[in-house]
Write a protein that binds this ligand. Structure first.
Ligand SMILES: [Zn+2]
Length: 587
């Protein structure tokens, strides 16, 4: 449970609002003269069961405890959240902390940029850099590539970089934080990178986040990276992404390899849609970074490294991506670097041989089995059925079920039965879990709204849907944090600025939308999906308004319900009727 939900669960809206407005109990609701506009008869209602409030008068607006405090005190969401959190003894990190963190990050980018320049200059101009220059020549790197990738050289010295940066006014501590210096046991600091070929690692915005370094001889380890820092996280880094972004978009395809050198050779030879995964197998974070650029990913795998685990994970990415991840296996003993150097033609034809990751897994499982024997047939089915079950797209799932049936020469029906058995096994497991969960999350329905969440997840994961949102109003979101995200999202053009603008306390909530798994769709269908979402949101909003208004009207009637209130109820019914018609047209 997120911190916002925790606050919500502990506060009582009657108490919060009651401190500002004298509330009178009326049936299941509380009412008062509206604190936001001047009036003679009370049209301000608070609903304890819904933990919400509404003014049916001139304001004609409402919300939860957060939005009340925001409006009443004229403060923003983050401030209201902190105020209410404090009441119930929950500490929320200061609003100013991300700013401070931002400064710190900026500092790291800056010192990394200075170090990049320093290493680059040593490579180009220093006498000691000659061996690095020769090495690059021997690998066939052009001077254009050296400049584009800002390659560099670090001197064979314990303190060369340290002295250079300290003279520039940097403090040793900062340099340790940046991962450029290492602090020894005695507290003495020294250069992390010595006598290496330096590869600055840029993020998608062209900022240097860290460094990769390579030895010139056969000593091990061959490669050395910056440690994890505030700005450098290996698992979310793709080497070369700063230079590949446009081409990946244009060609609607990204090729992922393992090595820095491969990327440089590829770019030099016109294959600029290539990035490297930093020597690890592809991670979820890397996939979601690429997802904004393309849905077509080709994994170029080493013949030896093409493990089952890597491909299994790729099936998961396919679901996240709603697309096909394809795999190409490099010729034994060769890097992409070698293949591209042979000829552009051989690289192209290799890429053409890329096969969908699931077909690849089929081949891998089947190889080495004797599929005429019962034992190996059942082995193959045991391995492949769970993978087939993970496929979300029903048509593709059916396709691979057929393929498996063909492979092991067993009827599709019996495989379907087996699949069903696996599925019920899992569902049972899940039900048990969720029953346990139910005890602790009993109040959840009050706090979360599935339609709001679904709608935001679509909008945030598919930025192109923004054009479909003219009819979507902030008040459709009952949850203040959802409304906050929606309002901020309306003003920005990309996720980075959305995150920057949003209070840090809302980030966790935002991430939950970005990570929410959505059913597979294609671009044309997505427009319909979001239109449907908006319609459901509007319906939810109107229904809740009608219910609240009904309660208010029932009370108002005793004290002579106003004509305006009744007219509003009629208006709501008319709008609900329109939604009903629109919905039936869609079906
Ligand atoms: Zn009002």
């Amino acid at each position: 449970m997120g911190v916002i939900d925790e606050v919500k669960q502990r506060i009582d809206i009657i108490e919060v609002i009651g401190e500002h407005v004298p509330l009178t109990k009326a049936g299941r609701t509380f009412r008062a003269l509206c604190p936001f506009h001047s009036e003679k008869t009370p049209s301000f209602f608070v609903y304890p069961e819904r933990q919400s409030w509404h003014c049916f008068g001139a304001c004609n607006t409402g919300g939860d405890a957060f939005s009340f405090i925001m409006k009443k005190q004229g403060i923003d969401f983050g401030e209201a959240l902190r105020l209410l959190a404090e009441r119930v003894g929950i500490t929320i990190p200061s609003k100013f902390e991300p700013e401070a963190g931002k400064d710190e990050r900026e500092k790291l980018y800056q010192v990394n940029a200075v170090a990049t320049q320093y290493f680059h200059n040593l490579l180009l101009n220093s006498p000691d850099g000659e061996k690095a220059r020769n090495y690059l020549l021997s690998r066939g790197f052009s001077s254009k590539s050296v400049t584009e990738f800002q390659l560099g050289f670090s001197l064979n010295s314990w303190e060369a970089l340290k002295q250079y940066l300290v003279e520039k006014g940097y403090i040793e501590n900062e340099l340790v934080t940046a991962g450029l210096l290492i602090e020894g046991d005695t507290g003495r600091t020294y250069d992390r990178f010595r006598n290496k070929l330096m590869f600055p690692i840029f993020d998608i915005r062209g900022r240097v986040t860290g460094f990769g370094a390579r030895v010139f001889d056969d000593s091990l380890p061959k490669y050395l990276n910056s440690p994890q820092t505030l700005v450098f996280d290996k698992s979310s880094t793709l080497y070369g992404i700063n230079l590949a972004t446009d081409v990946i978009r244009q060609q609607d395809q990204a090729v992922i390899v393992e090595g820095y050198m491969d990327v440089i050779t590829a770019h030099q030879n016109g294959f600029s849609n290539m990035v490297a995964s930093m020597g690890t197998s592809l991670t979820e974070k890397q996939v979601s970074a690429l997802k904004k650029l393309t849905r077509n990913i080709v994994l170029a795998l080493d013949a030896d490294a093409a493990g089952e685990e890597a491909t299994l994970r790729a099936v998961g990415y396919e679901n996240t991506l709603n697309a096909e991840v394809r795999v190409v296996i490099l010729p034994q003993g060769k890097d992409p670097d070698d293949v591209i150097r042979e000829s552009a033609q051989s690289w192209n034809s290799l890429l053409e041989q890329a096969i969908p990751v699931i077909d690849f897994t089929f081949n891998m499982v089947a190889s080495g089995l004797d599929l005429t024997t019962a034992k190996d047939k059942s082995f193959a089915a045991d391995r492949l059925l769970p993978i087939i079950m993970e496929i979300k797209d029903i048509v593709r799932q059916a396709h691979y079920l057929q393929k498996l049936a063909h492979l092991v020469k067993v009827s599709e029906r019996s495989l379907e039965t087996a699949l069903g058995r696996i599925r019920t096994g899992r569902v049972k497991g899940r039900t048990r879990e969720s029953n346990q969960g139910a005890v602790t999350h009993r109040l959840q329905p009050l706090l979360s709204s599935p339609v709001e969440e679904e709608c935001l997840a679509w909008l945030l994961q598919y930025p192109e849907l923004k054009i479909h949102c003219q009819g979507l109003l902030p008040e459709y979101f009952d949850n203040s944090e959802n409304r906050e995200i929606f309002l901020t999202w309306q003003d920005v053009n990309d996720l980075a600025s959305l995150k920057e603008k949003l209070d840090v306390a809302v980030h966790e909530h935002l991430d939950s939308f970005l990570n929410k798994s959505l059913p597979p769709t294609n671009q044309t269908k997505r427009g319909d999906v979001i239109a449907d979402c908006i319609l459901r949101l509007k319906e939810k909003f109107l229904r809740s308004l009608a219910a609240k208004g009904g309660e208010a009207l029932a009370l108002g009637a005793e004290s002579g319900g106003t004509a305006a209130e009744q007219a509003k109820q009629v208006e709501i019914s008319v709008q609900l009727g329109e939604i009903f018609i629109q919905k039936s047209r869609r079906r």
